[in-house]
Design a binder for this molecule. Structure first.
Ligand code: F6R
Ligand code: MG
Ligand code: MG
Length: 365
């Protein structure tokens, strides 16, 4: 059976600052979907990661479908009303436009979608990250799909011998979607040369070169490109099909043991290590650290199994301690150098004003 998985997420308000949505807000979003889904949705799940709420749908309407996007938009509008009623902070923050116009892309929420013919068994992992941006997945995807140091299947499985095709988006280009297709392993150095720059080049899709099947769909929205000013980080979502001709679940999860440094953290303006956390985890230390959740499912005829919370395992407690240490070490240097993002990525305009004022005070000898 051919199905589409769509995940649509937004920050529409949270408790205590930008920490975690309220239970009532989550319930409102869920109730809206339950009441309005009719027969357009086969199954759905609501989850939160930091201050963001994600709706995962299965349906048969294909990618970019206006009914599915409209349903998510209306659920977020209903949630925003609840957030306002409860006095949540940042109510409706990611709904950047007043009305829905057919496709939720470009209106604020992040979207990742893939359409495929279900395999006999169809396992996949849904990732959501908070206090960071879409480039956060670049390194784990490179390592999970192109490096046998993490993906042993590249050596061991004949189904992966041809490698994978990476579709990489230039997110600085706002006129239209501008992307390049590169093949691993032949183009590895070119892929690395682009993915080095997480704020400009972002993996949007990956395909198996053996089967031609889609393996990955990730969101690539940059909110400040839409709004022209800071309105929060871009907190990306991603779907990854696993097993068979794709890497195993554990190979995809493996790179998250690095706690690699990403952009985001406090005021979307710092560098911090990405911490793999349990479902529903909020943010805390320095409005962070940047976090990622991973929920694994199987889907059959569009119906989801219960989720397995991939980072709810004793192994990841060790990683979380390591990442907390890395966080502390970088935070010890406060605003200095590598701890803060370069000028172009500072997502509050205040420093620009400050520099203008200081400019006038400079003297020449
Ligand atoms: C980062 C984030 C927070 C806020 C910070 C200040 O993505 O959401 O770190 O930037 O809490 O928030 P405001 O400007 O809303 O007071
Ligand atoms: Mg937020
Ligand atoms: Mg967020």
């Amino acid at each position: 059976m051919k199905i589409t998985l769509s995940v649509i997420k937004a920050d529409i308000g949270s408790i205590g600052g930008h920490l975690r949505p309220s239970k009532a807000l989550m319930e409102t979003v869920e109730k809206h979907i339950e009441e309005k889904k009719g027969d357009m949705v086969i199954d759905y799940r609501i989850s939160s990661t930091g201050d963001d709420i994600a709706i995962l749908f299965s349906h048969q309407k294909g990618r970019g479908n206006s009914e599915i996007h409209g349903l998510a938009w209306d659920a977020f509008v209903a949630g925003t009303a609840k957030a306002k009623e409860e006095g949540l902070y940042g109510a409706g923050q990611d709904l950047l436009k007043d009305s829905f116009s057919g496709n939720i892309k470009g209106l604020g929420p992040a979207v990742a979608e893939m359409e495929f013919e279900e395999r006999e068994n169809e396992p996949f992992i849904f990732f959501a990250a908070d206090k960071t941006d879409p480039g956060a997945y670049n390194l784990p995807l490179y390592l999970g799909f192109a490096d046998p140091m993490h993906c042993s299947g590249l050596i061991l499985s004949p189904k992966m011998s041809k490698g994978f095709k990476f579709v990489i988006m230039d997110v600085a280009y706002t006129e239209e979607d501008r992307y390049i297709e590169l093949n691993a392993p032949e183009d590895l150095y070119d892929i690395a040369a682009l993915l080095r720059d997480n704020e400009r080049f972002v993996v949007s899709e990956i395909y198996s070169r053996d089967s031609g099947e889609v393996a990955v769909a990730a969101s690539t929205t940059r909110l400040h490109n839409i709004a022209g000013k800071y309105i929060g980080k871009d907190d990306p979502v991603m779907l990854v099909r696993v097993q068979g001709s794709f890497p195993a679940a554990g190979e995809i999860l493996s790179p998250y043991n690095i706690g690699h440094y990403v952009a985001g953290f406090m005021r979307g303006s710092h560098t911090g290590p990405l911490m793999p956390v349990k479902a529903g985890c909020g943010t805390s230390f320095f409005d962070g650290p940047p976090i990622v959740t991973a929920a694994a499912f199987c889907v059959q005829n569009g119906i989801f199994t219960e989720a397995v919370d991939c980072f709810d395992h004793p192994y990841w407690d060790y990683v979380r301690r390591k990442v907390a240490r890395k966080s502390t070490e970088l935070r010890e240097q406060g605003f200095s150098g590598a701890a803060m993002l370069p000028y172009s990525e500072l997502e509050y305009g205040g420093i620009v004003e400050k520099m203008k004022q200081l400019e006038g005070k400079f003297k020449s000898l």
